[in-house]
Design a protein around this ligand. Structure first.
Ligand code: 3PG
Ligand code: MG
Length: 403
């Protein structure tokens, strides 16, 4: 791994530190529905407090339009959950870009950075304002490292010191370990709604892995490409040819893309829909494929049990509805039972892992969704690139000081 400035390299005593975290968490009825990303940041916050610094936390949540406050994108539920986890109040600051009076608080959190015009455009003026709020900027938001925005990228250019947080560093280490010299056979599972959003990762994995299991809406496009009737199932007609090409390309590289032999169908996309298991050949015109069937699960379990490295992103079916959750539940259990080095990431994947309670038996769970996938593809993440540049500057300055 390249050089990054770490917390341990710095004297943080008495300093004000701005930490960019990724608190883009799912909410339900105004409360945090899954706090995995929040819990992952607690060690960082504690470490920085123990080093004697005061902390200003910055994050985005969702994709609000800039320049207007919308309650449903407020970080208030996050501030509350953080307070519970840390054991003290974490005030939410609504107007923060022109500086904050922290009062008696050692930790405050700024309202959603994407409410600010300029955040998503990586605006220089906003980046400079953020940099002025602190003596040290720490980027700990691995899950947003694929975004070049003011709070993940621009600010790191202008802050006096820009460092990488422990969560971000741990993510890089774990994913690098999994990718550098993975033990074979390697199995990747890519689920989710659309081939189009996962196309580059499917292409890149097809070159690297031995088995590529596709699931969710993605598998429907592949079933269509293989000539099957898929009824009213979600699929992308314009990507059927791409799916055929991928199957062929994978085959040329010695990678197998197994397709389900049985599926679980409903007649409508509804949590009360009746589930019917049938062979793929019997899918009717008015069927919606919402999960894989038990024979397909058994075949996947076999593949998983002989794997030495497993990479998992995306559920295999509509696991939020219990009657269509069997395929994803069985996959989660198979990964948990396996002795392979397993890494998983992505919002839906984390939700599935917590629903099926297998977190303890997965080697590494990334907080990243898009960032996790782009890293697996071998792309350079812009926020990390900037931290590397900042580290080169910092090292040069330290050396100059020693002269
Ligand atoms: C994520 O959840 O992938 C990150 O928080 C980034 O969010 P974004 O896709 O809205 O930029
Ligand atoms: Mg996302």
């Amino acid at each position: 791994m390249s050089i990054l400035v770490k917390i341990a390299d710095l004297d943080l005593s008495g300093k004000t530190v701005l930490i960019r975290e990724d608190y883009n968490v799912p909410l339900k009825n105004g409360e945090v529905a899954d706090d995995t990303r929040i819990r992952a940041t607690i060690p960082t916050i504690q470490q920085v407090l123990e080093a004697g610094a005061r902390i200003i936390l910055v994050s985005h949540l969702g994709r609000p339009s800039a320049g207007k406050y919308e309650e449903k994108f407020s970080l208030l539920p996050v501030a509350q959950r953080l307070g519970e986890l840390l054991g003290f109040d974490v005030p939410l600051v609504k107007d923060w870009v022109n500086g904050i009076d922290m009062g008696d608080s050692n930790v405050v959190i700024c309202e959603n950075a994407r409410f600010e015009p300029g955040e998503t455009d990586n605006d220089e003026a906003l980046s400079r304002k953020m940099a002025q709020m602190c003596q040290v900027y720490i980027n700990d938001a691995f899950a947003t490292a694929h975004r070049a925005q003011a709070s993940t990228h621009g600010v790191a250019k202008y802050a006096a010191v820009s460092a990488a947080g422990p969560l971000l560093i741990n993510e890089l280490k774990a994913l690098t370990k999994a990718l550098r010299d993975p033990e074979k056979p390697i199995v990747a599972i890519v689920g989710g709604a659309k081939v189009s959003t996962k196309l580059t990762i499917l292409e890149s994995l097809a070159e690297k892995v031995d088995q590529l299991i596709v699931g969710g809406g993605i598998v429907n496009t592949f079933l269509k490409a293989a000539g099957h009737e898929i009824g009213k199932s979600l699929y992308e007609p314009e990507l059927v040819e791409t799916a055929s090409r991928l199957i062929q390309m994978a085959d040329d590289k010695g990678c197998h893309i197994p397709l389900p032999v049985d599926v679980v169908c409903g007649k409508e996309f509804d949590e009360n829909a009746t589930a019917t298991t049938k062979p793929v050949a019997e899918v009717a015109e008015d069927d919606l494929i919402m999960d894989i069937g038990p024979e397909s699960s058994a075949a996947i379990n076999d593949i998983i049990s002989s794997a030495k490295t497993i990479v998992w992103n995306g559920p295999l079916g509509v696991f939020e509805f219990d009657q269509f959750s069997q395929g994803t539940a069985s996959l989660a259990q198979a990964i948990a039972n396996s002795n392979a080095y397993s890494i998983a990431g992505g919002g839906d994947t984390i939700a599935a892992i917590s629903k099926f309670q297998v977190a303890d038996d997965i080697s590494y769970i990334s907080t990243g969704g898009g960032a996790f996938l782009e890293f697996l593809e071998g792309k350079k993440l812009p926020a990390i690139q900037l931290l590397e540049e900042a580290a080169r500057v910092w090292v040069a300055m330290e050396q100059a000081r020693e002269l």
